[in-house]
Design a protein around this ligand. Structure first.
Ligand SMILES: Nc1nc2c(c(=O)[nH]1)N[C@H]1C(S)=C(S)[C@@H](COP(=O)(O)OP(=O)(O)OC[C@H]3O[C@@H](n4cnc5c(=O)[nH]c(N)nc54)[C@H](O)[C@@H]3O)O[C@H]1N2
Ligand SMILES: Nc1nc2c(c(=O)[nH]1)N[C@H]1C(S)=C(S)[C@@H](COP(=O)(O)OP(=O)(O)OC[C@H]3O[C@@H](n4cnc5c(=O)[nH]c(N)nc54)[C@H](O)[C@@H]3O)O[C@H]1N2
Ligand SMILES: [Mo]
Length: 687
């Protein structure tokens, strides 16, 4: 048995270091590697399930081609797959130009080698791609505008906090290792407050749970700011020295009385007062903001209002304090630190057309002209299930002439393909990965050979590049050849500027990114235009057309809007993440299905009773965009008028939450406002 240190590249806060045990070319065990101080113990169930996932009977192991006009696929050789793709690529380029090809990638796996795809498509002569992101950009942009960059204290520092506010984050499911540090803090007497419309597992040890109406946290935060200022529970010295725009902010929150905030948020005023008392009196305080609450149309402004609370109480730049959102200190390989620069809304040059909003993927594909889109290449993502407005995404996919999907499993997106190419697993190619919560650079090691006819993306691109006759010198510079040595040489080149990072050292375990700050902003230097923390941000106004101060407006789909839609669809459709899955991954495995075999819709007793719904009744969830039919589970933990289905269920499993969401962007950052989704539910009778 061989044992390797490697790291999990899923889109997950934890990005664990782990030891894998390999025998006869099979992964037979996975366990935590304590060298990573953020994830010293507890590989999660998904981690344990790799043993099954990698060797699953359902894995796609060979290229597949759709049998014309059917939903079936036939196995084909790599030669046939590549020749078919090349014929298409050549003809589209000739007839419509290279921008008729859409290159779409999701968040399926991290790694430096992911860059090879874009380099290939540039060499092809250009391409069309998406801007924006499904996940977190409204909060990234709010943080960058306020503090100047997206960094925070090392994960384990939360142990030093005396007050922890989990604001719209559910680490007990989405960041289990953070729970460990929170527990250690609580053992030392810290207090925990959770703010979430749902009573999540993360709130089990909380002293105070606040359940605002979805999308109204901005009003809650401004109400708390009002009280902190009124009761003089703010840090005036800190504000004087480091904050831009406090006098204007003070004016802004003047009418956000607890009564007004209570009416907007549906949180009792005494809870708002309680939150202000805790935050004003207990120091140091860490506020950990989740990503769920920044997927509304008003959420950039919401996040700015919440960050302002950490700022006016002076909880920045010290141990145990801070705004914990995204720690991009491992982003050392990217030239630009402005996260929105990763999603440029304008064309960066004449080659790449960055014209399609990830949030509006379906509609933008259909609306694109000059040239129109003919082909899509999808890798590392499952847009049919995960992007908003599934019906439109499906229509857009089906309007194209040719679809290639690189996948490990027969996902809803793969089912739409003309050609499916089998994708590697994390154990089948080495890569260097960063993280967005802890500071470690890690090597995700190749520990087994790809099974069947699987080829990593880099090799697929290499073979295509050769057959397309790209200049040899360009291929050599941009696209590593198929051998392990060539992959390692590519990675070594990327690591070269950082002498402390060598593959040899990374093979032993994780290494903090060079220049890592354990305490963010300890030097009180803020890379904003003014050099101060900007509660008032001219840049916010100029870039996004929002108020330069944090403000509150109802999300576009909100029961607070008194619109016709709100009267027709009175329920908030919540689609949170869940513990044993990363979005649409893992639930196809036996190990995981034991815990979650079928999707449910969670509904409060009050909302169920109103509609004559009993536990396990079949219900129809619907709005103008689509419907879902699921069994109901009566649930006492949610705020009434909220219903929830965890996201990630496949349509082929009866899930598909995005049939109900709408493709529209957040107020800043080009995020996806999934959670602006109102629905109605009706009973279809017992099962
Ligand atoms: N196990 C597991 N871990 C994961 C993931 C996963 O799928 N599974 N996904 C990873 C990824 S990509 C992401 S983006 C993160 C997400 O991590 P989190 O942000 O923790 O997860 P979410 O479920 O998106 O949202 C967290 C909470 O926000 C609440 N919420 C929704 N709307 C509002 C609101 O208006 N106000 C408030 N206060 N709360 C609200 C939801 O009820 C939910 O409990 O997790 C990462 N980690
Ligand atoms: N309604 C609603 N929708 C949501 C959310 C929500 O809260 N509500 N959350 C959103 C968020 S936060 C996110 S991050 C997105 C996630 O959406 P996606 O980025 O689409 O992520 P996954 O669902 O994890 O799908 C990733 C796919 O990549 C494949 N894959 C894994 N490794 C590799 C590889 O090495 N190569 C290739 N080619 N493929 C690989 C996996 O098999 C999987 O099918 O979903 C978003 N969708
Ligand atoms: Mo995400």
């Amino acid at each position: 048995m061989e044992v390797y240190t490697t790291a999990c590249p899923r889109n997950c806060y934890s990005t664990c270091s782990m030891k894998v045990y390999v025998e006869n070319g099979r992964i037979c065990n996975v366990e935590a590697d304590p060298q990573n101080k953020a994830t010293p113990e507890g590989v999660c169930l998904r981690g344990l399930s790799y043993v099954e996932r990698v060797h699953s009977q359902d894995r796609i192991l060979t290229p597949l081609k759709r049998k014309q006009g059917t939903a079936d696929f036939a196995e084909i050789s790599w030669d046939e797959a590549l020749d078919t793709i090349i014929a298409k690529l050549q003809s589209y380029k000739e007839k419509y130009g290279p921008r008729s090809v859409l290159y779409y990638y999701g968040s399926g796996t991290k790694g430096l080698l992911n860059a090879v795809g874009a380099d290939f498509w540039r060499l092809y002569g250009g391409y069309t791609t998406t801007y924006g992101d499904l996940c977190w950009p409204a909060g990234l942009e709010a943080t960058r505008l306020t503090l100047g960059e997206n960094i925070h204290n090392a994960p384990w520092d939360i142990e030093n906090a005396r007050l922890i506010i989990m604001w719209g984050k559910n680490p007990a499911e989405t960041n289990i290792h953070q729970m460990r540090s929170i527990d250690l803090a609580l053992e030392q007497g810290a207090k925990l407050i959770v703010i979430d419309p749902r009573r999540t597992r993360s709130s089990e040890t909380a002293e105070l749970l606040i359940q605002p109406k979805p999308g109204t946290d901005g009003a809650l935060a401004l109400g708390v700011a009002h009280l902190l200022i009124k009761k003089n529970l703010i840090d005036r010295e800190f504000i004087e020295k480091y904050v831009l725009g406090f006098p204007e902010f003070e004016k802004r929150v003047r009418d956000f009385t607890p009564q007004r905030a209570s009416a907007l948020t549906d949180v009792p005023a005494r809870y708002i007062e309680g939150l202000a008392e805790y935050l004003g009196n207990i120091k140091p305080a860490s506020i950990s903001g989740g990503y769920g609450m920044q997927r509304y149309t008003n959420s950039g402004q919401t996040m700015r209002a919440i960050i302002a609370l950490a700022v006016i109480t002076g909880n920045i730049g010290q141990p145990g304090a801070g705004w914990i959102y995204a720690n991009l200190q491992t982003g050392i390989f990217d030239k630009v630190r402005d996260p929105i620069a990763f999603f440029p809304p304008k064309e960066p040059d004449g080659v790449v057309r960055v014209s399609i909003s990830t949030a509006r993927l379906g509609r933008d594909i259909l609306d694109t002209t000059d040239p129109p889109l003919k082909m899509i290449w999808v890798e590392r993502g499952n847009p049919v299930t995960q992007n908003p407005e599934t019906n439109t995404v499906l229509k857009a996919f089906r309007s194209l002439d040719f679809r290639v999907v690189v996948e490990q499993f027969m996902t809803d997106t793969a089912r739409e393909a003309d050609i499916i190419l089998p994708a590697k697993s994390m154990f089948e190619q080495s890569d260097v990965i960063g993280a967005y919560w802890h500071p470690y650079i890690q090597l995700k090691q190749k520990v087994i050979n790809p099974p069947g006819k699987v080829k990593p993306e880099t090799e697929i691109y290499y073979l295509l590049a050769r057959r397309l006759g790209f200049p040899a010198e360009e291929i050599k510079n941009k696209i590593p050849g198929p051998g392990d040595a060539e992959i390692e040489a590519y990675l070594e080149t990327k690591l070269k500027p950082f002498p402390e990072l060598t593959l040899e050292r990374l093979r032993e375990g994780p290494i903090p990114a060079p220049g890592t700050k354990e305490i963010a902003f300890a030097d009180f230097k803020f890379p904003t235009p003014s050099g101060k923390i900007e509660i008032f941000s001219k840049e916010a106004e100029e870039r996004w057309g929002v108020d330069p101060l944090p403000d509150f407006s109802e999300p576009l789909e909100s029961t607070g809007r008194k619109s016709k839609e709100a009267a027709k669809y009175p329920l908030y459709f919540m689609t949170p993440n869940t513990k044993n899955r990363i979005h649409s991954q893992f639930n196809n495995l036996e190990l995981i299905r034991q815990f979650s075999p079928v999707p449910f819709v969670f509904i409060t007793p009050e909302d169920a009773e109103k509609r004559g719904i009993k536990n396990h009744d079949e219900v129809r969830i619907f709005n103008d965009r689509g419907e879902l039919i699921l069994p109901a589970k009566i649930d006492f933990s949610m705020k009434s008028r909220c219903i929830a289905v965890t996201n990630g269920w496949w349509i082929s499993e009866g899930g598909g939450v995005n049939f109900l969401s709408f493709g529209r962007e957040t107020d800043m950052g080009h995020g996806s406002a999934f959670h602006d989704t109102l629905v109605e539910v009706e009973c279809m009778g017992s099962r």
